[in-house]
Design a binder for this molecule. Structure first.
Ligand code: 5AD
Ligand code: SF4
Length: 525
């Protein structure tokens, strides 16, 4: 893990919630009366299907309904009055944004946010299933929450997000963490009012995990975490089925939102004064493939570029679907930022083949060249997995050399973690942990070196920084990001938070830049 990843993993986001406890709750009795075997069959025969690639691959593109009629039932609009909630988020930006939606729903139910677990009436863990260590963190946190529940039986503890989509996880919670009140899946977020109500007044653990691929629910309320940057989902799910990855099962099939719904959301954010939007999807380059008309990410980005918003980013890309139209549009409009996160996963064509990434090293390099030709200043970052089953030393060296050849300025690096139900999990995980760790260390050293070198180029340069707020380490220092996503720390008045300002770089580090404010506000258009 590199320094950046370490910082992010420490940064478990908390959104929260009052002190009036529900008198009608009978949770303590429920704790005593649990019979988990009965419950497993009750909930899973009807709602759960384990990951099954053959079946999932037969997904029908068209079979998606869009719902515009989300509303919170009248009787649930005041359920949370005088009460507080806390949501802990694990994993990717998609989860962070789902947390904003759940916070929006709970706020509409009358709840307020808190960051103090002792103060919360409802605690939700929005979980990540991508690697085993992400899951271990959640089970560790459940262990910490148990005494709170025993002290306060009215507290509602819920587990949601990607882990809830896994049968083994739900079984483990049903059997070993019976104090949990509520488990719901990634396709059930809009059902939160009903689920909280059931958890509050029912006597049994509430489990609702729809294995149905998921529809698109529009008009969900959102309590966004800041006033400067916002996330906007453009599509949900993934149909790529990389052999190591659990996401196509936990997040369902690819479903694109209608362009006009996305454009309207971005326009609304611009009108509210947001300066940056990040368009989100597990595989944003597949955007539009499931729509009835010819329309892709390039078309969407072009439409969004015309909205009066200074910065537009998108994540995450899959190299296979990164088309010429997108490159042309990205190169053309200034507010579409020249930072492309393009996960490569491995530098060896043989490993890429068994990962089912559907491109070779050479094809990836050709794509990089095309991007660089159109956008000579583009910053490229990536994701890399080391220690995939059967990865030889030579194949790992190919990853090292690709890292250099592309000149990635940063990379998220991971040790392969087998995920139950994925094709790769059936193959022998034959690389000893020592070897995997050594490969990761060597790769991280290279990532750090390349990041530091990329930073050094900014020495003495003046960059445009979107000021996000006080630096985490020093409240007297402001922090923000450049167009190419470099963190900049500098001194300035708090009044410029939310503005794009010019900063002259005076010192460079591995993961950040220090500078001096040049002028307080830059014309952004
Ligand atoms: N083991 C290790 N890393 C994984 N990723 C996805 N699945 C796994 C796994 N089973 C990594 C990939 C992906 C990133 C979000 O997480 O690099 O791009
Ligand atoms: Fe997982 Fe990304 Fe591959 Fe989809 S494209 S299966 S989310 S690694």
């Amino acid at each position: 893990m590199n320094e950046k990843q370490r910082l992010e993993s420490e940064q478990i986001n908390q959104m929260s919630s009052a002190d009036v406890k529900s008198g009608a709750n009978d949770n303590l009795n429920r704790l005593k009366n649990m019979s988990s075997d009965e419950m497993i069959s009750k909930y899973f025969q009807t709602t759960y299907e384990p990951p099954n690639m053959r079946k999932a691959k037969k997904r029908l593109k068209k079979d998606v309904d869009i719902h515009y009629d989300f509303d919170i039932p009248l009787e649930m609009k005041a359920v949370g009055k005088g009460k507080k909630f806390l949501i802990r988020t694990y994993g990717c930006q998609m989860n962070e944004h789902d947390t904003e939606v759940m916070a929006g729903i709970l706020t509409k139910m009358g709840y307020q946010a808190t960051e103090d677990t002792n103060d919360a009436d409802i605690i939700l863990l929005n979980t990540c299933a991508i690697r085993e260590n992400a899951e271990n963190k959640v089970f560790g946190e459940l262990g910490h929450l148990k005494p709170l529940k025993l002290e306060n039986p009215d507290l509602i503890i819920g587990v949601c997000g990607c882990m809830s989509q896994e049968e083994s996880v739900v079984n483990r919670i049903l059997q070993k963490h019976q104090f949990v009140d509520l488990i719901f899946g990634t396709h059930n977020i809009h059902r939160l009012p009903q689920l909280v109500n059931e958890a509050m007044f029912g006597k049994e653990m509430v489990v609702e995990v729809w294995s149905k691929e998921g529809d698109i629910i529009e008009n969900l309320p959102k309590a966004r975490k800041g006033k400067v940057k916002a996330w906007v989902n453009i599509m949900y799910g993934c149909d790529k089925f990389c052999t190591y990855c659990i996401v196509p099962y936990t997040r369902g099939k690819e479903r694109s939102r209608m362009p006009e719904d996305i454009v309207q959301e971005v326009r609304h954010l611009a009108a509210q004064g947001y300066k940056e939007v990040t368009l989100l999807g597990q595989n944003v380059n597949a955007y539009g493939k499931d729509l009835d008309f010819e329309y892709g990410l390039g078309d969407l980005m072009e439409e969004i570029s015309k909205i009066d918003i200074p910065r537009v980013r998108f994540t995450t890309s899959h190299p296979r679907d990164f088309d010429d139209r997108l490159i042309e549009v990205l190169a053309k409009y200034d507010n579409l930022l020249d930072h492309i996160h393009l996960p490569v996963q491995s530098g060896s064509s043989d490993i890429l083949r068994v990962m089912a990434r559907r491109y070779t090293r050479e094809e990836y390099l050709a794509l990089v060249e095309k991007i660089r030709k159109a956008m000579p200043n583009a910053t490229l970052t990536t994701d890399i997995i080391v220690g995939f089953p059967n990865e030889t030393d030579e194949q790992f060296e190919e990853t090292m050399s690709l890292m250099e050849e592309v000149g990635f300025e940063s990379a998220y690096t991971f040790i392969y973690s087998p995920r139950e139900g994925t094709p790769a999990a059936r193959w022998e995980d034959d690389i000893p942990m020592e070897v995997k760790k050594e490969r990761l260390q060597r790769l991280n050293a290279l990532v750090n070196k390349q990041s530091a070198e990329a930073m050094e180029k900014y020495q003495g340069e003046t960059v445009k920084v979107l000021v996000e707020g006080e630096s985490k380490k020093d409240p007297d220092v402001l922090a923000g990001y450049t167009e190419r996503n470099k963190l900049v720390n500098f001194k300035g008045p708090k009044s410029i938070i939310g503005e794009i300002v010019e900063v002259k770089i005076t010192n460079t580090k591995t993961w950040s830049l220090d500078g001096e404010l040049v002028e307080s506000a830059v014309e952004v258009n």
